[in-house]
Write a protein that binds this ligand. Structure first.
Ligand code: F0G
Length: 433
């Protein structure tokens, strides 16, 4: 099935070979996406094959990304694939979180169950495999933490040399620790995410390093499988809404592309609405989409304790705009307090997640309260990262020490303070009542 890179700009749509090392359209500067000739799709047959592969011991079939390889057919040789058995993430019912969000029922698609603990693994297996296919030896990314952890792991597994660039002092130790342990050359740059991305793009070109940020269209192909697997797990019944946190906006771009393709190819018969939730201090996409006719404006100094989505100038906004509109969806923003409280409610379901992921439930609560989402709607929220990514945030919240940017204290609304006790059975028995 021939694959190409196609300019995303509707006025250009220039086409390039899938083996070119480009991240933007050389003609107009637009974003690129992978395109395929899908004329020989057999939806019913493929659904059956994908189910069968769940029982296979072949690495490619065990991967929750490559299992669906018919819908991401950009490789010509699967020997290039680097897989850590990514994907395979569960759909979890969460009654308590549903009630908190004003819904009768809510399901979480928990991407924190991935090998490095975030949804980035779905994309990185594709990006790293493409790097090998192209013969690139060095790979790089700028990251708020999860992309770098994932890239470091896949580079190590695939025999590539990883260099990661992170905003100094602005990523959680859990994520930084992963990159160090996986052996990535780690540069903590004294700048924010957006500034470093500009720098890395220049360096990558100059030094012949393959860039694995979500501007890389093959990462987006991998992240499509989050939706494909979700629909497979739901027996191809599309929900009413899919809710996702928005940072650099790669994930919502991938979700929208997956939904369009699944619908066009006859895998699903209706399109869920995409709801993108941003942190209020880092919400350029929310501001843009709330202001029809306005220009996209970056937030120069983005702020949020949900450091994963602390991004002021998201590269994929044109794609995200297209996908949100095409799905009939919307964009919302939530405060630091709303994120922190929603996160505990997810924890109390026995599920847990990192701060950025909890923006989903905070957003749902806001949307139901405003009457923009029905209480009876069928909603899937995507939890993007594992609880253990940022334990420092959790400890501070529960002990009343969490401070939002600008020194505003976050109330420990649902705090669960640890109790220090003497080594004394009677005292402890009294405490436990
Ligand atoms: N949630 C988590 C846990 C993330 O790590 C990210 C992005 C997002 C949500 C937002 O996804 O960028 O596709 O809109 N993290 C990137 C990183 C930027 O470098 O790890 P997006």
């Amino acid at each position: 099935m021939p694959a190409e890179l196609i300019c995303f700009e509707s006025s250009c749509r220039a086409r390039y070979a899938v083996t070119e090392v480009i991240y933007n359209c050389p003609r107009c500067g637009g974003l690129l996406e992978a395109g395929y000739d899908f004329s020989s799709v057999a939806a019913g047959e493929w659904k059956r094959i994908w189910r069968q592969r769940r029982t296979s011991n072949a690495p490619l079939d065990q991967s929750g990304v490559w299992r669906y390889r018919e819908l991401i057919p950009f490789l010509d040789d699967y020997r290039h694939v680097v897989t850590l058995r990514e994907g395979n993430t569960p759909l979890l019912d969460a009654g308590r979180a549903a009630a908190y969000g004003g819904l009768r029922r809510l399901t979480f698609k928990h991407q924190g169950f991935n090998p490095t603990g975030s949804f980035k693994d779905n994309g990185m297996t594709c990006g790293a495999s493409q790097a090998r296919r192209l013969g690139m030896q060095r790979v790089a990314c700028v990251s708020t933490g999860n992309t770098s952890a994932s890239m470091a792991a896949y580079a190590a597994a695939g025999g590539l040399q990883p260099a990661i660039f992170i905003p100094h002092g602005n990523i959680s130790y859990g994520k930084l620790a992963q990159a160090l342990e996986y052996g990535a050359k780690t540069l903590q740059v004294e700048a924010n995410f957006d500034q470093i991305l500009k720098l890395v793009r220049v360096l990558a070109e100059k030094l012949g390093i393959y860039l694995l940020n979500s501007i890389n269209p093959f990462r987006i192909e991998g992240q499509k499988t989050i939706i494909i697997e979700m629909m497979d797990q739901r027996d191809w019944q599309a929900p009413d809404w899919i809710v996702v946190p928005g940072g650099n906006l790669g994930n919502v771009s991938a979700f929208g592309k997956a939904l369009r393709e699944l619908r066009e190819l006859g895998f699903i018969d209706r399109t869920p609405k995409l709801a993108v939730i941003q942190a209020a201090g880092s919400a350029p996409f929310y501001e843009y989409m709330s202001n029809p006719g306005g220009r996209f404006q970056a937030v120069e100094h983005p702020e949020t304790l949900a450091t994963a989505i602390k991004i002021g100038d998201p590269v994929s906004w044109p794609k995200a705009k297209h996908e949100v509109i095409a799905s009939g969806g919307l964009v919302e923003k939530v405060t630091e307090q709303e994120i922190a409280d929603a996160k505990v409610q997810i924890g109390l379901c026995g599920i847990g997640c990192e701060p950025a992921s909890a923006a989903t439930l905070a957003g749902i609560r806001k949307l139901t309260a405003a009457g923009k989402m029905d209480a009876g709607a069928d909603v899937v929220a995507v939890l993007t990262g594992n609880l253990l990514k940022d334990p420092d945030y959790i400890f501070r919240y529960h002990t009343g020490q969490l401070e939002a940017p600008g020194g505003v204290r976050i109330e420990s609304t649902f705090g669960n303070r640890p109790v220090v006790v003497a080594n004394d059975a009677e005292e402890i028995a009294a405490l436990l009542g």
